[in-house]
Design a protein around this ligand. Structure first.
Ligand SMILES: [Zn+2]
Length: 360
């Protein structure tokens, strides 16, 4: 939205218009993309709530002292090109434009080709320092991806920070053979150390108070009556701090190597992505908490294991997040849900926050 003193919709040019002043704009929003077969709220709730909150302030005749901008980041889930938070990583320079242009989707189409096909210029990808400098604060509203708020009996909460998290690829390589004629003792079956590694991941996560998940695996050649030649699996690991995460992933890797060796299988493990821990801006969080408390809104502080554009922006801009209650805690699934009353409570909270941040 353009210009001081007016609340309006999103803008293509930037939150400050054609000549943004440093640190003046308050930005809010989230993402519109989803994981394959995902839910309706993860992402879109934050974008829709941004407009609804602005409408609310407008209806009340509130006149902000700073510009308010609405952001919808692309490819937050990395569902098409595989790199989560691609939009915010490009904006902040965390991901180089040359690398982004070469990312390929499942059909082999590069991001550059997809952009050109959609009428966009891939040469314009990259960090936008002027835009970043114009943002005084970014607040992302998001459905909670757990059920902590439900347990606390609160409709909205304030995020404290994001756990460090990463993705590791494991390749177990054995020997393809006949399932009906190869004696058990003669097999080099990569499925066995993979299975041991999955169980270790669960045990290590439970012991560490962390999270470890194998949600994607492929077996080659993939015949029901053949011993696999290779199993490729992806470990997603998250923990309250870096030390715990390193310890847990180390334990999982040690088990993978031991179990592979016992079966005469080769294993390699490499990190594909990593996001360090994020602590959202303490002063901004305190301001949000005070603004909500002043309106009688109880908003407990929560940690989260999920990555967000807000987590990427936090390295460059004072950033905070509001969570909206998710009664079952289910996310990244069509069963993801928020009650209408809680969505409205989220809009009221976001409007209160925008009013607080643009009143002076
Ligand atoms: Zn999201």
């Amino acid at each position: 939205m353009e210009g001081d003193g007016e609340v309006g919709g999103g803008t293509r040019g930037g939150p400050g218009g054609s000549s943004p002043r440093a640190n003046t704009a308050i930005a809010t929003g989230s993402h519109l993309d989803s994981v394959p077969d995902g839910g309706a709220y993860d992402g879109p709730l934050g974008v829709a709530s941004a407009f609804a909150a602005i409408d609310r302030l407008r209806e009340r005749g509130f006149v902000p002292t700073r510009p308010v901008a609405v952001a919808a980041f692309c490819e937050e889930e990395g569902g098409r090109f595989g790199l989560a938070c691609l939009g915010s990583r490009l904006l902040t320079g965390v991901t180089a434009p040359e690398a982004a242009r070469e990312l390929r989707d499942g059909d082999g189409v590069t991001l550059a080709e997809a952009m050109t096909g959609a009428g966009l210029d891939p040469a314009r990808l990259g960090a936008d320092e002027e835009l970043l400098a114009s943002i005084g604060a970014f607040v992302e509203l998001h459905i909670e991806q757990g059920s902590a708020l439900d347990g606390l009996g609160a409709a909205v909460g304030i995020a404290e920070g994001i756990w460090p998290h990463g993705r590791w690829r494991l390749d177990f390589t054995g020997q393809a053979d006949h399932a009906g004629t190869t004696r058990l003792t003669d097999r080099r079956d990569p499925m066995l150390p993979y299975a041991a590694t999955v169980l270790e991941a669960r045990q290590a996560a439970a012991a560490c108070g962390a999270l470890a998940t194998f949600g994607k695996v492929t077996a080659e050649p993939g015949g029901a009556n053949a011993i696999s030649s290779a199993v490729r699996a992806w470990l997603d690991a998250r923990a309250p701090d870096q030390g715990v995460l390193d310890h847990m992933v180390g334990q999982i890797e040690a088990t993978a190597r031991r179990a592979a060796e016992a079966q005469g299988v080769e294993v390699s493990m490499r990190r594909e992505s990593f996001t360090p821990p994020v602590e959202f801006d303490p002063a901004l969080r305190a301001r949000l908490a005070a603004a909500l408390a002043g309106r009688g809104i109880a908003a407990p502080a929560l940690p989260t294991g999920a990555g967000h554009d807000a987590g990427v922006l936090a390295a460059r801009v004072p950033t905070a997040m509001l969570f909206v209650r998710n009664p079952t805690g289910v996310s990244h699934s069509p069963a993801e849900h928020a009650d209408l009353a809680d969505c409205e409570a989220g809009v009221v909270a976001l409007a209160a926050v925008l009013e607080e941040l643009t009143s002076r």
